[in-house]
Design a protein around this ligand. Structure first.
Ligand code: ATP
Ligand code: MG
Length: 248
């Protein structure tokens, strides 16, 4: 297991958002997380990435207890959250966004500062890597365009490209294809699937077809608890899941 989440509890005032959640995630898989609105999915991702401290429970990444680490320490271990394209990013070109993403992950920045000769070498290597990633995502021709000029779907592709720039070992995706047409959503998941050889994914997703096609395993949440777990086929046959979530 690359990630083990054990018995996490978190409440907001009187509301129990996570009520003893446990997950075991195998390396190099895509794991889906579904559940009705307000069931605690985003809160769980916030806890794993260190943005919210749980009241109890533990989180182990590659055998290391990360439960009390800060978000930047967790990021440094290679756990990446989706980048939302903020206003700042929108006023940058696609290539600049990619380079910024690689910098935010750069732990050796001081070393580069003290040794400027290395800077341009590293930057050239980053530019080439960024161009290769954009090419593979079919947005290679948009490198010099402003991120704000891209379509919604292209922005999602750019977001994923920025994730790849950080060379993450583990990615937490909160609805990475929300609002995107099914054809493009499938295409983005095909690209995600290609990265499975080097990366593990935990993905919150509402689209059943996508979950069925791309996930190795699926967790179902309801009211702060995991109510079902299994392969897509098992989940599809689980009567309680069908009744509660898939609507018959
Ligand atoms: N910072 C917060 N302060 C107070 N309540 C919160 C906070 N974050 C989440 N909640 C509450 O915790 C519950 C779980 O929210 P969460 O965002 O994790 O759900 P979700 O499964 O991601 O839902 P959605 O599918 O709508 O994104 C909700 O009732 C929500 O209102
Ligand atoms: Mg959410």
């Amino acid at each position: 297991m690359i990630l083990r989440v054990k018995d996490i509890k978190k409440s907001f005032g009187g509301l129990i958002a996570l009520d003893g959640v446990s997950l075991d995630i195998k390396k190099n898989t895509i794991v889906g997380l579904i559940g009705p609105n307000g069931s605690g999915k985003t809160t769980l991702i916030n806890v794993i990435s260190g943005f919210i401290q749980p009241e109890s429970g533990s989180i182990e990444f590659k055998g290391m207890d990360i439960s009390s680490m800060k978000p930047h320490q967790i990021a440094r271990l290679g756990i990446c959250r989706t980048f939302q394209l903020t206003r700042v990013f929108r006023h940058m070109t696609v290539l600049e966004c990619m380079l910024l993403a690689s910098k935010t992950h750069d732990t050796g920045i001081l070393k580069l500062f003290l040794n400027p000769g290395e800077v341009s070498k590293k930057q050239n290597a980053d530019i080439e890597r960024a161009r290769n990633i954009l090419e593979a995502l079919d947005i290679g021709h948009l490198g010099n365009e402003y991120a704000s000029s891209l379509s919604g779907g292209q922005q999602k592709l750019l977001s994923f490209g920025m994730v790849q720039m950080t060379q993450p070992g583990f990615v937490l995706f909160d609805e990475p294809v929300a609002g995107i047409n099914p054809t493009l959503a499938n295409k983005i998941f095909e690209k995600i699937e290609l990265e499975k050889k080097s990366t593990t994914f935990l993905v919150i997703e509402h689209n059943i077809d996508i979950l069925m096609n791309f996930c190795d395993e699926i967790y179902v949440m309801n009211k702060g608890k995991i109510t079902a777990f299994g392969t897509p086929q098992e989940i599809q046959c689980n009567k309680s899941v069908i009744d509660v979530y898939l609507g018959g």
